[in-house]
Design a protein around this ligand. Structure first.
Ligand code: FMN
Length: 171
């Protein structure tokens, strides 16, 4: 296993080749998502994979015209299942656990995407209400990220990180 290598090599990709992703790759990305940890193993998350060009354009609009969204062959919409988590954990489930359950899946997917030689970007800047209406999501689902995925058409330099000493306190 070379997990740390993959973690460090993965980059946000914002330019994609005009090339489809094989179905078996999409399946591996989905597997990575469902095997992430979750509070009480409730797996309070749902995903929608958008391939339709018109919908991808609408998602780009929702993301304030971050144009690379519509350039990707697929866009994964990651949603937190508020009700599932709240049904066991109340407010903490609704406000926190379901978001973390979904975020854990997102990071798993980003790493698998990288392993497959694909690229993606975690997009948090978008109009949630617009996406909910567009995809006819029930009130129980809160879209928390858009993830355009495709073959990278760039290889960005790694942005700097804070030092370990800045990030951690050992007591
Ligand atoms: C919660 C969250 C929201 C983000 N939203 C956006 C976004 O809307 N647009 C974008 O281009 N990148 C977005 N990013 C990607 C970050 O800019 C990127 O992860 C960061 O600059 C570090 O670069 P790296 O992913 O290549 O290591 C987001 C990342 C996270 C975790």
């Amino acid at each position: 296993m070379h997990v740390l290598k993959a973690i460090k090599e993965r980059r946000s990709i914002r330019s994609f080749k005009d090339k489809d992703i094989p179905q078996e790759y999409i399946k591996k990305i989905m597997e990575a998502a469902i095997w992430a940890p979750s509070a009480g193993n409730l797996q309070s998350r749902k995903f929608i994979i958008v391939k339709d060009s018109k919908l991808k354009y609408e998602l780009t609009k929702a993301a304030y015209m971050q144009e690379f969204v519509m350039e990707a062959p697929i866009v994964i919409v990651a949603c937190a299942d508020l009700i599932k988590s709240a049904s066991r954990y109340g407010e903490r489930g609704r406000e926190l656990y379901c978001l973390m359950d979904t975020a854990a899946s997102i990071q798993n997917m980003l790493l698998e995407i990288h392993e497959l030689g694909l690229g993606a970007c975690w997009i948090g800047a978008f109009d949630e209400e617009y996406v909910k209406k567009l995809l006819k999501l029930p009130d129980s689902l809160r879209p928390i990220a858009l993830i355009p995925v495709g073959y990278p058409d760039e290889s960005p330099t790694p942005p700097p990180r804070v030092s370990i000493d800045d990030a951690f306190t050992i007591i």
